[in-house]
Ligand binder design. Structure first.
Ligand code: ADP
Ligand code: GN1
Ligand code: MG
Length: 367
């Protein structure tokens, strides 16, 4: 374990308003962006409570204050909105809460520039990396669908755009083309098939953004990072417990949230599976996610939004693959990697899934 990282985590932890002294701290979770620690805090005689402490990735999030103001406002709104609804599907409804610093702020900036924040630890739910059990798919769809429904009345215009053009697939394509032209690590030659895959699908990238700009699709408050491990699920009841990772909550298309979830929920393998024979787009998983999601949001969607949902799945998966490939060409500067070629492996699984969706396109549109 990196002792220097742990020591700044220790310094940061001491400045949050926890109910007692921190007695344990360990790196936690499998996110690709922030550095996450799980803390034990002595809350009273013989009582230990757990918390999450995170160092925000400020290369990725350039406006940490705007981001934390979003998270604070959205979690408060959700807490009120959920109050009236009770626990969904027999599951326990936990709420993510921002733990303030001792100075009463929603985040902390250390003298070295690092930005830290803390949350309550959501007990009783865990992150799953692959959707091997259909109950995980339904749980995730209900949790994210409910999230969108509860935030339907939230004033979208009050949110900061935490990453500009985050799901503008056209701009992701332009970023890819720039990275390819620069090829600053000389990696392009070894990924010709993946590059050609992007080029063959380039004309699709504008589809949803054009409809947004023409006013045919509305911007809503969306989560924008709805992969399976961003909803905590109770491993016994298999019910969703809490939606987490609110860093990218901003105005967006419902298709972003539907599509980004399909990438993980309708795949037969992990996002970084190296054996592509194991990676398939599974139409039955897609159907289950779509039906469970629509059970929550069906009532708020316009007909055009509903009609275009399959494009959400196709474009978000293509976009994510392009982002992984771009990062591979740029030398792995954005997503955390754990082995050489990790981002290329991730890009390949996404392109495999897009191919599966294109093959099943008529069925997707019929549903
Ligand atoms: P990243 O942006 O790096 O993905 P996340 O906020 O998603 O960061 O956190 C990474 C992982 O840490 C999550 O996938 C989840 O497993 C765990 N985690 C994050 N917040 C909490 C929480 N409040 N309670 C329990 N686990 C959490
Ligand atoms: C990142 O933060 P995390 O690991 O939940 C990324 C998503 C990607 C995802 C791919 C802020 O999600 O957009 O879809 O990796 N988050 C950000 O696994 O870029
Ligand atoms: Mg995450």
């Amino acid at each position: 374990m990196d002792t220097q990282a742990l020591s700044t985590a220790g310094q940061a932890a001491a400045l949050f308003d926890f109910p007692g002294p921190v007695t344990a701290m360990e790196p936690y979770g499998e996110g690709h962006i922030n550095d996450t620690y799980r803390l034990g805090v002595r809350a009273g005689e013989g009582e230990t409570r757990r918390f999450i402490l995170q160092r925000l990735n400020t290369q990725v999030f350039k406006d940490p204050k705007g981001l934390m103001d979003n998270v604070t406002a959205v979690t408060r709104y959700l807490e009120k909105a959920m109050g009236g609804e009770g626990a969904p599907h027999g599951g326990q409804a936990e709420i993510l809460r921002v733990i303030p610093t001792k100075a009463g702020e929603n985040h902390l900036t250390l003298p070295n520039g690092e930005v830290w924040r803390a949350y309550n630890f959501i007990e009783g739910g865990v992150s799953f990396q692959t959707a091997d059990d259909p109950r995980l798919i339904a749980a995730s769809a209900h949790a994210f669908g409910r999230f969108a429904r509860l935030l339907d009345g939230f004033p979208a215009e009050s949110l900061h755009e935490t990453i500009p053009k985050f799901h503008d697939t056209r701009s992701r394509l332009a970023d890819f083309e720039k990275a390819l032209a620069a090829d600053c690590h000389g990696r392009a030659a070894a990924c010709r098939p993946e590059i050609e895959f992007v080029q063959a699908h380039a004309q699709d990238c504008a589809m949803l953004m054009n409809l947004l700009e023409a006013g045919e699709l509305p911007a809503r408050v969306t989560h924008n990072d709805t992969k399976l491990n961003n909803v905590l699920i109770n491993p016994e009841t298999m019910h969703g417990v809490c939606v987490i990772d609110l860093d990218t909550v901003m105005p967006g298309l419902i298709h972003n949230d539907f599509g980004d979830a399909i990438r993980t929920c309708a795949s037969t393998a992990a996002e970084d599976e190296q054996d592509l024979n194991k990676v398939r787009f599974d139409f039955e998983k897609y159907r289950l996610y779509a039906e469970s999601y629509l059970a929550e949001v069906g009532g708020i969607l316009r007909p055009k939004e509903r009609e275009m949902l399959p494009w959400g799945a196709r474009l978000m998966t293509l976009e994510c693959g392009m982002r992984f490939l771009t990062d591979h060409l740029q030398g792995d500067v954005y997503f955390k990697i754990h082995r050489p070629g990790h981002n290329l492996d991730r890009a390949r699984t996404q392109f495999r899934l897009v191919t599966g969706m294109v093959d099943a396109w008529a069925e997707l549109c019929r549903l």
